[in-house]
Design a protein around this ligand. Structure first.
Ligand code: 5CA
Ligand code: ZN
Length: 407
């Protein structure tokens, strides 16, 4: 599919700082160590509703990963999927009387516009699952040939007994896994399963649902395998970062990692599993199923997208937080202060500021720390401190290149 258009990213002077990032699998902040081309896969939306602040928070976190890598001089190879066929999408299409394809296309288009407005760097490949069903089926057939799958009433399951690394991404115990599996559609109690945690790879055609011909029979892919296939096809195994929100740790990334391992023999499938915290509204995680959503496209009607971006940046990406409209007002005030300071003819020297902001972001994307540093510079500049005529321009470039905030 078409991705979205890329904003300009200014080049910054001075020395960059290598990125350290939290890895869910090793439960540690470690230094990322990409080759000349850094490879990242981030789980995309299920396009049955508009982009909410929770989604935006996740894509912004990985946007920063890409920006810090670029600052380090790497090429960034970024791939993202869209789950453009799945139960919730089909249900919503049915309820609202639209064709599921039209619903998916409409919401993906809105997502692109939201991402562009927020100056999120686009993936190199933006792949809808419906575009690659044949490749997904091939991957499943390959797994079947390795003997790690079994059939149940025409559906194909991955056998968790054949996943020796299962548990290494989430680190969850058996009970936690069972609870989350049930909550997130794993159907642990289905009669005939060999193990409650066996997961669906291919779902045989159901009446009235879309299906594709394949060596596995007519049907459609299960959820986790789509991301494994798209990541493998575009990035190859052993890529640098697999990303998403914490709700994807289990079972999605756990199952995907084991699929990748079984398919390639390589472990880890991704060097880092990195997860953004959940954004809530009125005490509950923002989710399409609960309907407590703050849509980016609605906020954009009345607010500068850069202020929306600053709302998200004011929280560390791993934090779970609640959105309140007051945060948007604060972000607007901050944006105005930064714009006014960088609109002056001169300001305090920026060498130290640039080094410190780089260090804050390299430290597991400490955006609140980075924002505080720019706040302090802006305050001094506005007080008439400093006489460097190149400083305001450099701070504009810095905010743009590293934080994606256009001033
Ligand atoms: N299509 C799958 C991934 S393959 C999916 O989870 N789609 S989604 O539309 O439900 O979510 C898209 C991304 O936003 C995922 O990375 C998910 O972890 C993240 N996300 C969803 N809800 C929130 C939330 N309330 N706060 C933060 N991130 C969220
Ligand atoms: Zn995914």
């Amino acid at each position: 599919m078409r991705s979205w258009s890329a904003p300009n990213v200014p080049k910054l002077p001075g020395k960059s700082v290598p990125l350290r990032l939290y890895d869910t699998a090793s439960k540690q902040v470690r230094q990322t160590d990409p080759g000349p081309t850094a490879r990242m896969y981030v789980c995309g939306i299920t396009p049955y509703d508009a982009t909410h602040l929770g989604h935006a928070n996740t894509y912004l976190a990985f946007d920063l990963v890409g920006r810090v890598w670029r600052d380090m001089g790497h090429e960034v190879h970024y791939t993202q999927n869209a789950t453009d066929v799945d139960d919730p999408l089909l249900e919503r299409a049915q309820q609202t009387g639209v064709a599921w394809q039209d619903l998916a296309e409409r919401e993906i288009q809105l997502f692109r516009t939201d991402m562009e407005a927020l100056r999120v760097l686009p993936p190199r490949e933006y792949v809808g699952v419906t575009e690659v069903v044949g490749r997904v089926a091939e991957l499943i057939a390959g797994l079947a040939a390795k003997g790690v799958t079994y059939m149940l009433d025409g559906d194909v399951y991955f056998s968790v007994a054949d996943a020796p690394k299962f548990g290494q991404v989430s680190g969850y115990d058996e009970q936690q896994m069972l609870d989350l599996f049930a909550e997130r559609g794993g159907d642990p109690g289905r009669p005939g399963k060999r193990d409650p945690l066996d997961w669906l790879l291919w779902q045989a055609e159901r009446p009235g649902e879309p299906a594709w011909e394949s060596p596995l029979g007519r049907g459609r892919p299960g959820w986790h395998i789509e991301c494994t296939a798209i990541a493998l096809d575009n990035l190859g195994a052993g890529f640098d970062v697999a990303g998403g929100g914490t709700d994807l740790i289990f079972p999605h990334h756990e199952c995907g990692a084991s699929e990748g391992h079984a398919a390639t023999g390589e472990w880890p499938f991704a060097k880092f599993y990195t997860h953004a915290g959940m954004v809530a509204l009125d005490g509950e995680k923002m989710s399409k199923s609960k309907g407590n959503l703050v849509f980016v496209s609605k906020l954009r009607l009345q607010h500068d997208p850069m202020a929306i971006r600053l709302v998200l940046l004011a929280h560390h990406y791993r934090e779970d937080w609640q959105y309140t409209p007051g945060q948007l007002a604060e972000a607007e005030a901050r944006l105005a202060r930064w714009r006014s300071a960088t609109g002056l003819g001169s300001g305090p020297d920026t060498e130290e500021l640039l080094a410190e902001v780089r260090e804050r972001l390299a430290d597991d994307l400490d955006t609140p720390g980075a924002l505080a540093l720019i706040d302090a510079w802006a305050e001094r500049a506005s007080a008439g401190d400093g006489s460097d005529p190149s400083a305001p321009g450099l701070v504009r470039d810095l905010a743009d290149a590293l934080l994606g905030v256009a001033l």
